[in-house]
Design a protein around this ligand. Structure first.
Ligand SMILES: NC(=O)c1ccc[n+]([C@@H]2O[C@H](COP(=O)([O-])OP(=O)(O)OC[C@H]3O[C@@H](n4cnc5c(N)ncnc54)[C@H](OP(=O)(O)O)[C@@H]3O)[C@@H](O)[C@H]2O)c1
Length: 349
């Protein structure tokens, strides 16, 4: 099992989740700036067996020691190595956005800056990669060579939204997503806006109109609805380290539906998904309830005056929003129980 991007937040969480996993052994650690350093030089607080040295990811070397690779790198990096890994029969879980769009042209237009410096030719791999939202794509994930784990905002927003699109219960126009995330969403490499002095005691929107998760959410929403869906999405940075809360607003087609009716829809669709918890009506999710877990807590409330439906989700952006979802997919790909070694209960408070 190889983890590339081991020094970063996603790599680090993946390694923690795999450390005492009954079926996987970490055999290769990949990185760029950290290459040549031993694991304990970079992360002395989580010891791993053999204290592997982080290396520049060489596909031949990875294929010699690994059947699977989890890639957790900035956008535009995975696509430079994945074709070589797949050719060598290494199955890939990519936590970046490189394989989330079925169309390479779409990726090129959404990830414009990244696409300028690389000339991707892996159109076919984009078409065959599976969007790794296990609650909706479990069968396809099982046999996939490349699984593209969804972004954190798409995960939290799609989980409550898809059931209502699938059942045709909401208007397709006018869907609004308002979401908040902690600073770890920006990764471990230094960024000025994520300094404590910049991001504490304040809350602000970013990426308004045109955030790169918008087309990703639209792609999956359209696929499930069976027609093109456009959404309005605004993320906010809030002064906490981890956690993501998404609130989705839509209009019900049937004005007679109640909160209990809509809760029943969610509870029925997710009755066999142990990582999705549908809360009782009137109980609203908190990011603290899911911290360090692979859970998504969902809640729904209907405003009978306006036929508005409000859908709420809390996840840990680094676990269900990233590495935990990656390990969930990995378990499925390996034919294991989906929840193998994934935490479901938080330490509270
Ligand atoms: N953070 C979140 O909440 C979140 C949620 C969902 C998805 N994601 C996505 O997951 C990916 C990783 O995010 P992150 O937050 O974990 O980032 P991060 O903390 O900044 O870590 C990035 C990692 O990529 C490695 N890397 C960069 N270029 C490389 C290369 N050419 N070869 C090998 N390794 C390379 C870095 O290694 P060195 O230190 O050795 O250079 C580092 O370990 C991103 O695509 C992000 O969009 C993040």
């Amino acid at each position: 099992m190889a983890v590339i991007g081991a020094s970063g937040y996603g790599g680090l969480q993946t390694i923690r989740l795999l450390l005492d996993h009954p079926e996987f052994e970490i055999t290769f650690l990949g990185g760029e700036r950290s290459s040549g350093k031993s694991w304990s030089d970079v992360n002395p607080f989580i010891p791993i067996p053999n204290n592997l040295t982080i290396e520049i990811p060489d596909p031949d070397k990875i294929a010699q020691v690994s059947d699977f690779a989890v890639l957790s790198m900035p956008n535009g990096r995975a696509c430079q190595i994945v074709p070589h890994l797949v050719k060598r029969n290494v199955r890939v879980i990519d936590l970046s956005a490189d394989y989330r769009f079925r169309s390479l042209d779409k990726w090129n237009s959404v990830y414009l800056n990244e696409s300028r410096s690389i000339n991707r030719k892996d159109t076919a791999l984009c078409e065959t990669a599976v969007y790794g939202l296990p609650e909706w794509n479990c069968n396809a994930i099982r046999s996939a060579d490349i699984v593209a784990a969804p972004g954190c905002f798409p995960t939290a927003s799609l989980l409550p939204l898809l059931p209502f699109l699938n059942q045709g219960m909401i208007e397709y126009d006018g869907i609004i997503i308002d979401a908040k995330t902690g600073t770890s969403g920006g990764g471990r490499s230094p960024k000025e806006n994520l300094l404590l002095s910049e991001s504490s005691e304040t809350i602000s929107p970013y990426g308004v109109i045109g955030h790169r998760h918008t087309p990703e959410i639209e792609q999956m929403a359209s696929h499930i609805a069976g027609q093109e869906i456009n959404i309005q999405f605004t993320p906010h940075l809030v002064p906490m380290v981890r956690g993501l809360l998404s609130t989705v607003y839509a209009k019900l087609r049937d004005p007679g539906l109640t909160s209990e009716d809509c809760r029943t829809v969610l509870a029925t669709i997710y009755r066999n998904n142990q990582f999705v918890e549908v809360l009782p009506v009137g109980v609203y999710p908190s990011t603290k309830w899911v911290r360090n877990t692979n859970k998504a807590f969902l809640s729904v409330q209907v405003d009978t005056r306006t036929s508005g439906i409000v859908l709420m989700t809390a996840i840990d952006n680094l676990i269900k929003g990233q590495a935990g979802q990656g390990v969930q997919c990995l378990n499925i790909m390996a034919g294991l129980s989906e929840d193998s070694n994934l935490p479901t209960n938080t330490y509270y408070p």
